[in-house]
Design a protein around this ligand. Structure first.
Ligand code: SF4
Ligand code: SF4
Length: 75
């Protein structure tokens, strides 16, 4: 199952972006509820390796399951 970035928990640190082996973590185009940048995961190309979850310093920002309702995407 793909991983999810909870948009309003993410702080835009972007450690996950460089760590993702398939490049499926993309920048949002607005601020989140914390007023920071956020990233989102393309579910169709995520290979569920879990590296983003391991490297993210923000507790609860990455979830090891597909949770579309928590993840904003640029409109
Ligand atoms: S999910 Fe974590 S590592 Fe990735 S951008 Fe958000 S805060 Fe940073
Ligand atoms: S689980 Fe792996 S492939 Fe999916 S977004 Fe995270 S680092 Fe990328």
């Amino acid at each position: 199952m793909p991983h999810t970035i909870s948009s309003d928990v993410c702080e835009g640190v972007s450690d996950c972006v460089d760590a993702c082996p398939v490049g499926c973590i993309k920048p949002g185009n607005s601020k989140n509820a914390k007023g920071t940048n956020y990233y989102w995961i393309d579910f169709s190309t995520c290979i569920d390796c879990g590296i983003c979850l391991q490297v993210c310093p923000v507790q609860g920002a990455v979830l090891p399951e597909e949770r579309q309702e928590l993840q904003k995407k640029p409109q």
